[in-house]
Design a protein around this ligand. Structure first.
Ligand code: PMP
Length: 279
């Protein structure tokens, strides 16, 4: 199994991280996860655009050209023979003696690895249970940072309640999941939080909105209160890893159940259609 460290492909056992990497001290870095279907990365351009946007917001200088990044990632997929899986890649600000204040001339550190994909069959068909809890994260959730303590804390809380995902609200306004975006369906209209600083603008979210609109669904990108969950016809989460996964129950600060509805199923089918096919 190979990984990427800076511009090199190395056997995983040969990789080493510098003790003074700011990613390690401060979580000072950004990342992306791309799903791979039949050996082909899906929506790579979108992910690279978002990486660049995260980098700009944090003044992290990307270590090399996008073309180089793509070449390296493709080489890694081939080397690891990834057919259906994930490729994770991150850029930390680089190595400097520990100091909160960053300089603007560090050399960023690029790392990447691959993973097999989870089997989504059961959860996509029957849905998942989610745990409604407070959004305890910071106010720049639009940045895809590796600093994910708020996300990991609520994910653990959800799992301890036998839920697969935490759905978050800020003072009663639903934002998103701990590692996914949330959509509600009411009278065939889709509702999701707007892409502000309070959520990560998921690539899957963007593609689902596009698909829905192409197929004559209305999509309302507006904040809505938790109570709206109780009146929704359907609900689902989206992410690169779980695609479109229905919600079958909400527990915690509010309690409700959903059937896997026709709009969710329709969008799941339409989403499958745009995924890379075997060739
Ligand atoms: N929100 C958060 C907080 C996430 O971590 C993720 C997945 N990384 C998403 C939404 C979904 O994003 P995407 O569809 O780009 O995977």
């Amino acid at each position: 199994e190979y990984i990427i460290q800076n511009e090199q492909l190395l056997p995983k056992a040969e990789a080493s991280i510098n003790f003074e990497d700011r990613g390690y001290y401060f979580g000072d870095g950004i990342y992306e996860v791309i799903k791979v279907y039949h050996g082909q990365p899906f929506a790579m351009d979108h992910h690279l655009d978002r990486l660049r946007s995260s980098a700009e917001k944090l003044e992290i200088p990307l270590p090399f050209e996008e073309k180089k990044m793509i070449d390296l990632l493709m080489e890694l997929l081939e080397k690891n023979k990834v057919m259906n899986g994930l490729v994770y890649f991150q850029v930390t600000r680089g190595v400097e003696p520990r100091n909160h204040l960053y300089t603007r001339n560090s050399t960023a550190v690029f790392t990447a690895f691959t993973q097999p994909a989870q089997n989504l069959e059961e959860t996509q068909k029957n849905g998942v249970d989610v745990w409604l809890t407070d959004d305890i994260r910071w106010l720049r959730c639009d940045i895809k940072t590796i600093n994910l303590l708020g996300n990991v804390m609520v994910k653990r809380e959800a799992a301890d309640q036998n839920c697969q995902e935490a759905i978050l609200h800020r003072s009663g306004t639903i934002t998103e999941g701990s590692s996914s975006n949330l959509f509600l369906v009411k009278d065939k209209v889709l509702y999701t939080h707007p892409a502000t600083n309070l959520i990560l603008n998921g690539i899957t979210r963007q593609l689902v909105i596009e698909l829905a609109e192409q197929h004559q669904y209305s999509v309302v990108e507006e904040p809505f209160p938790v109570e709206v969950l109780e009146h929704a016809d359907e609900a689902f989460i989206t992410s690169s890893s779980v695609e479109i996964t229905p919600i079958k129950s909400v527990k915690g600060q509010l309690s409700t159940t959903f059937d896997v509805g026709p709009v969710t199923k329709d969008l799941q089918a339409k989403f499958k259609d745009i995924l890379p096919k075997s060739n």
